[in-house]
Write a protein of this length. Structure first.
Ligand code: ADP
Length: 781
């Protein structure tokens, strides 16, 4: 068609709102506006043709020329139906594009002149290719959008006119009116298809984005839904397994426990709060476990549970005697202590500290105290405790936090007034993690311990009803402030006779019972027991002795089982069949009198002991060597002995230049055991002089005493233990400082009677008694 054939027509105009009609489209329109109805009526009067143009703005009721797109579609009205509400439904069929050329003056309806817009015929292959691509894209679009049915695709694929194809596809897309209008206005078919392709591409991208977003959202939804579902399922499972297992059951049970427990208000409030917290925790959370643990601790402590004191002094005495042989002084002191407690009703007095070597019955006395008062007994060892947290606990924020040992002890006591034994209080250490001694001070201080604070428990605990008893091997390692709060009760070692009695009356019956032996199934001769004491043990207490007795019972039990009718009889002769060969020689320390070797007496934390001091003199340049792990005080003591010897060399008949021509070596055997203190002074002096003069020292003599530069002998401590040790070693003559003479009465009579004690005040006297060929210069003595 040439341009000359362009036809201009006069037509009524129907403005469309939110809608656009392409040629060849057939569709229903509902028409309500008066002008539109008039336009329709006019069209029906003529040839039923009408121009349909879209409004650019959907909301405008009475559009002006500017509000209406100039390009529209000439349509034929096929049907008209008046609806009950006054509007008219029409069926229109698009015929061709047209452009308004002029609005005519008409008050009743819009009337225009419009020129028809014809498309060119196209049959070139490029258009074909474009068509195919558009169709392809449309198919993708349909797959993605799901808004258009596949039937539509089938119908669209049948279209072979390129222009129409674009129009129909466009009518199926949900585009803005503006975009649809653009397609309508594009008369050139190629151009229209290209635009269509663009739009489709855009739409597809948008759709894909939409899909991705919705998938992501969906995934997230699914995840939360899944978790919710699983949690519900878990609840259901827990319910099936019995309500107790879930938090709900747990919390109920804790509340019951709380109601039954007798707790101070402060503690009750705390537990309530923690139970509330626990309730909100998911059943499996780790924090829930921590809270639960804490609640259990609070509920488990004896906040107000206590035992009734039943303190009868006669009964207490009986119990102490029942459990212990001897120990007259400590027993009496304990009874006095208990009497005071009974009178004042409140434990405000000093704390008992039982001091003595291992195995002398410190722990067992404390246990008897508890028994005689009718209280629970708790023992904790402080040996090696170096961290304040061990006393006072860790804060709950630590992983695996626990209360300190005091609170742990209180829990296992189950009452708030037990007898609480703090063992080895002298073995506590101190380091960067804080000072356990100061924490302990708070525990023991009656002014402070009613509100003892443990880091874990947080709520103060009242320790004021607890009876604390402590033990130590020696007092010099007890921190001073602690020592000031305590009343020290010494328990020295036992004599052989005492040990024999203890073994006979206490240890043997006890071990027999423990090993299931009848009274008459095991007989042990007293001589055999004595041999056991002398040759199988060498200690201040009776701990090894008890072990040996237990060993004996074990062997006997085995024998009884294999031959029940024959009782076991242990004598001095067959003792070694049960316990193996003797471990110690019971006789004098040395076989014969020695030159330069002297038996000294030492006092250590584990009791008294004998030690042989050896001196060797050899040609040299005057070196003094000391070996055998000596402490500083002992070294100084050796120097003093050496200086004294030099100053007296002439009188003693020793060459005065001996210290220049000789090397001197002082050695104390058993080098692994640290030794210290000044009390070996006279022993070292004697050994030195013996070595230099070549005069032997009597093997029957042992000695103890500090030496001054001028040879005076100064007093020493621990005489009783030293005497017992000398007696154990078979020595019967002891030289001791004059000033210690008064202490001789402390030594048990049985030992005293068998020994000779010679008080000395000067080295001259020492030499006189110790050297065998007593030939000091005439003017001495
Ligand atoms: P410690 O606490 O002083 O180291 P223990 O109290 O543990 O010593 O005593 C060790 C063993 O010796 C216990 O079995 C104890 O009963 C026993 N024992 C100690 N001294 C005596 C004694 N005087 N009478 C009876 N048994 C004793």
């Amino acid at each position: 068609m040439g341009p000359g054939k362009i036809k201009v027509r006069r037509l009524p105009l129907l403005p469309l709102r939110g809608l656009l009609v392409y040629p060849s489209m057939v569709l229903h329109l509902d028409v309500g506006r008066e002008k539109s109805v008039k336009a329709l009526e006019r069209a029906m009067v003529d040839d039923s043709m009408i121009l349909l143009c879209s409004q650019s703005e959907i909301n405008i009721e009475e559009p002006s020329k500017e509000d209406i797109y100039r390009v529209g579609t000439i349509a034929k009205v096929r049907q008209m139906l008046k609806l009950p509400n006054g509007t008219i439904r029409v069926l229109v069929e698009g015929v061709m594009r047209a452009e308004i050329t002029e609005y005519l003056v008409n008050d009743e309806y819009y009337e225009v002149t419009a020129k028809e817009l014809h498309e060119q015929d196209h049959t070139d292959p490029e258009i074909d290719a474009l068509m195919r691509t558009v169709l392809n894209q449309f198919e993708h679009y349909i797959n993605l959008s799901k808004k258009v049915t596949p039937e539509t695709l089938a119908a669209v694929s049948d279209i072979d006119e390129p222009g129409r194809l674009a129009d129909v596809i466009c009518s199926h897309l949900s585009l803005k009116i503006k975009d649809k209008q653009e397609i309508l206005e594009t008369v050139d078919v190629r151009e229209r298809l290209e635009k269509m392709l663009n739009i489709l591409n855009n739409e597809r991208e948008v759709l894909e984005l939409e899909r991705k977003i919705s998938q992501r959202v969906k995934k997230q939804m699914e995840k939360t839904q899944k978790e919710y579902y699983l949690r519900e399922q878990m609840k259901a499972i827990q319910k099936e397994l019995g309500d107790k297992e879930g938090r709900a059951g747990e919390v109920d049970e804790l509340r019951n426990q709380l109601n039954e427990a007798q707790l101070p208000d402060r503690v009750r409030e705390k537990v309530e709060k923690e139970i509330d917290r626990l309730e909100k925790m998911p059943a499996t959370s780790a924090e829930g476990g921590v809270i639960r643990n804490y609640i259990d601790w609070l509920l488990g402590l004896p906040w107000s549970k206590r035992t009734e004191d039943d303190l009868d002094l006669a009964k207490a005495e009986q119990i102490l005697n029942e459990d212990h042989f001897g120990l007259e002084k400590p027993k009496e002191r304990v009874l006095e202590y208990l009497a005071v407690q009974k009178l004042v009703q409140k434990l405000k007095g000093p704390i008992l500290c039982l001091v003595g070597p291992p195995g002398v019955g410190k722990t067992s006395i404390a246990r008897s105290i508890a028994r005689s008062m009718g209280r629970q007994f708790i023992r904790i060892s402080l040996g090696g405790v170096r961290d304040e947290a061990e006393i006072r606990g860790h804060r709950r924020t630590y992983v695996g936090a626990m209360p300190g040992r005091i609170i742990q002890g209180m829990k296992s006591a189950g009452s708030n007034n037990p007898v609480f034994l703090l063992d080895e209080i002298d073995k506590m250490a101190m380091d960067f993690r804080g000072d356990p001694a100061s924490a302990l001070l708070e525990v023991l201080d009656p002014e402070q311990n009613s509100t003892f604070s443990d880091h874990f428990i947080e709520v103060p605990f009242d320790l004021s009803s607890v009876m604390f008893v402590t033990t130590a091997n020696a007092i010099h390692n007890i921190p001073r402030p602690l020592l000031d709060r305590m009343e020290v009760l010494y328990i020295p070692g036992y004599t052989e006779i005492e040990k024999l009695q203890i073994a006979n009356r206490y240890l043997l019956p006890k071990q027999k019972r423990d090993h299931g032996l009848q009274e008459d199934q095991l007989l042990v001769d007293e001589e055999a027991l004595m041999k056991l004491v002398r040759e199988y043990t060498r200690e201040s207490g009776v701990r090894n002795l008890e072990q040996q007795v237990a060993g004996m019972c074990r062997k006997a039990a085995k024998q009884i089982v294999s031959d029940p009718s024959t009782p076991v009889h242990i004598t001095t002769d067959n003792l070694k069949d049960y316990l193996g060969p003797a471990k110690f020689r019971y006789n004098l320390a040395e076989e014969k009198d020695q030159i330069g070797a002297v038996t000294g007496l030492a006092w250590t934390e584990v009791g008294g002991d004998t030690l042989v001091i050896e001196v060797t003199v050899m040609p040299g340049t005057g070196k003094l060597t000391l070996t055998g792990k000596l402490g500083d005080v002992m070294k100084e003591s050796a120097q003093a002995a050496f200086s004294y010897t030099r100053s007296k060399a002439a009188e003693l008949g020793i060459p005065t230049d001996f210290h220049e021509k000789n090397d001197i070596h002082i050695h104390i055997p058993e080098g692994a055991i640290p030794k210290d203190g000044p009390s070996a002074g006279i022993t070292m002096g004697t050994a030195l002089i013996s070595a230099l003069t070549n005069i032997p020292v009597s093997r029957e003599v042992a000695m103890t005493g500090e030496i001054t530069l001028r040879g005076r002998v100064l007093p020493i401590g621990g005489l009783k233990e030293k005497a017992l040790a000398a007696h154990r070693a078979g020595i019967r003559k002891v030289l001791l400082p004059q000033d210690n003479e008064k202490d001789i009465t402390d030594i048990p009579e049985s030992v005293r009677n068998e020994m000779t004690f010679i008080p000395v005040s000067h080295m001259d006297q020492v030499l006189e008694h110790a050297l065998v060929k007593n030939k000091p210069p005439a003017h001495v003595g």
